[in-house]
Design a protein around this ligand. Structure first.
Ligand code: GDP
Length: 300
């Protein structure tokens, strides 16, 4: 939590502090409530969730009468946690429940942090005693397979790769085959995220999915979104959700200039939980998403 707080504080993430300052005003007049709304909108929370939150806060502040800073912080925390959602299953499915390895496909636009996230996730799993095979199916970006293999060597996971510009689906197929042959626990497949045409993306990811499913079920499809891209990220999320069934979201670069409210907006948009967050470029900078800790860090 301390690290999360430090990382988020480094960003321009003063959502909670801004709200708390506004809420502490002696008179909560219409202008103040409008400023509160604005603060939430600027933080990427989205229009509908912002209105809901403000309505509930207004109601509760009215009922409360006296308002100490601690009471206000408590209210704000409760409402923000409720908005982020507490009833999602946020565990990444890395146990297939059968003999064969769990298969996790990582998708997203290039540059969002897919390869880095795949490497970090491999590290977490290996540290947890699981054996991992990596599939370098991002054959579009020249350096992606090298980058993934470097991660693999660092954490102790074999990387299955093909020729540059090769067929992503056949690499994914080979990776799962290798995972089965090795008796691995998890196969993580990094994919390419070209968004130039939706049909191109659909064809490619659809094909990867189909060949993986020749071996068994696809257990998890993680969509990686760069949190600093705000509304643009939401548009990307929509396109990917049309192409594959997303089961979880990874929000990267929350240590940057991102505004944490995007967590709320993207979950609403896809109806899928944020499962992991990226807090830096380093190997340890991937954390499970925990609503309470996240809101605590946001409020500061
Ligand atoms: P890909 O094209 O989606 O595979 O993206 P990469 O994994 O190559 O990441 C693109 C850049 O973003 C790299 O410089 C990464 O180090 C950086 N990156 C990835 N995740 C994070 C994060 O959580 N925080 C920060 N600050 N940088 C990140």
């Amino acid at each position: 939590l301390v690290r999360l707080r430090a990382r988020l504080a480094r960003s321009q993430n003063s959502l909670g502090k801004g709200l708390l300052t506004l809420l502490s005003r002696e008179h909560l007049d219409e202008d103040t409530w409008e400023e509160i709304e604005e603060t939430l909108l600027i933080a990427d929370v989205g229009v509908a969730p912002t209105q809901e939150l403000v309505e509930r806060l207004r109601e509760r502040v009215k009922v409360l009468g006296t308002r100490t800073p601690a009471e206000l912080r408590g209210l704000l925390k409760e409402e923000l946690v409720a908005l982020v959602g507490t009833d999602f299953d946020r565990a990444v499915k890395t146990d297939s429940g059968v003999e064969t390895p769990a298969v996790v496909m990582v998708v997203g636009v290039n540059g969002t942090g897919k390869t880095t996230t795949t490497g970090k996730l491999a590290r977490v799993l290996v540290a947890d005693g699981r054996s991992v095979v990596l599939g370098a199916a991002d054959t579009f970006r020249a350096a992606a397979a090298d980058q993934l293999q470097t991660w693999g060597e660092r954490v102790g996971a074999r990387t299955v790769r093909g020729p540059e510009g090769g067929d992503p689906a056949s690499i994914a197929y080979d990776a799962v085959k290798e995972g089965i042959a090795e008796g691995a626990d998890v196969v993580l497949i990094d994919t390419a995220g070209r968004l130039h045409t939706k049909t191109g993306l659909m064809d490619e990811l659809g094909k990867v999915k189909r060949v993986v499913e020749k071996h068994g079920p696809l257990d998890e499809v993680l969509l990686v979104l760069d949190a600093t891209t705000g509304q643009n990220g939401l548009t990307q999320a929509r396109v990917f959700a049309e192409v594959v069934d997303i089961t979880g979201i990874v929000l990267t670069k929350l240590d940057g200039t991102a505004k944490g409210g995007i967590v709320v907006a993207v979950q609403r948009e896809l109806g899928v939980p944020v499962k992991l967050i990226g807090l830096g470029e380093g190997a340890d900078d991937l954390a499970p998403f925990e609503p309470e800790a996240f809101v605590d860090a946001l409020i500061g």
